[in-house]
Design a protein around this ligand. Structure first.
Ligand code: ATP
Ligand code: MG
Length: 137
């Protein structure tokens, strides 16, 4: 078993899609072992997406991520990181495969409904940013 970190982004919470996205996650065999709805602060969003701070879209990304509440989650499965990235689909929904969360729900490359960690190492760091170990059950 391994873990990944997920965010249901503001474009999705705004459209009341939390349950629909969770249904896709669970149908794919990922278990939601921690979950909380929060409003990210500017500082939290800037830290979380710090690797993108030099990118042209950084300001837009931080504004988007703080615009409405998000749902932060820990997901568990065998090979959770690659499994969830497959379930999410490509960053740009135009390139996302049928049945993926981004194909089903994303609006565009920026408002793409979900985040998922890109490595086990980043998953552990991202989980620790939002959850204490005893909250993950
Ligand atoms: P995430 O990290 O959110 O799971 P990802 O790993 O598929 O997505 P990254 O390259 O890490 O994609 O980009 C992080 C986020 O930045 C994307 O999910 C998207 O919201 C935003 N983003 C990426 N590329 C663009 C772009 N060209 N224009 C606007 N926003 C973008
Ligand atoms: Mg990423």
């Amino acid at each position: 078993m391994s873990r990944t970190f997920s965010i249901i982004k503001p474009d999705a919470t705004r459209r009341n899609l939390t349950g629909a996205i969770n249904a896709v996650i669970e149908a794919a065999g990922l278990r939601i072992v921690a979950q909380r709805r929060i409003k990210l602060t500017q500082a939290q969003a800037e830290t979380f997406y710090g690797v993108h701070s030099e990118r042209s879209f950084f300001g837009e990304l931080v504004a988007q991520m703080t615009s409405e509440p998000v749902v932060v989650q820990v997901l568990e499965a065998d090979n959770a990181v690659p499994k969830y990235r497959e379930v999410m689909g490509a960053t740009n929904p135009e390139n996302a495969a049928e049945g993926t969360i981004r194909k089903l729900f994303a609006l565009n490359v920026g408002e793409n409904s979900v985040h998922g960690s890109d490595s086990d190492e980043n998953a552990a760091l991202e989980i620790a940013q939002f959850f204490a170990e005893e909250e993950i059950v």
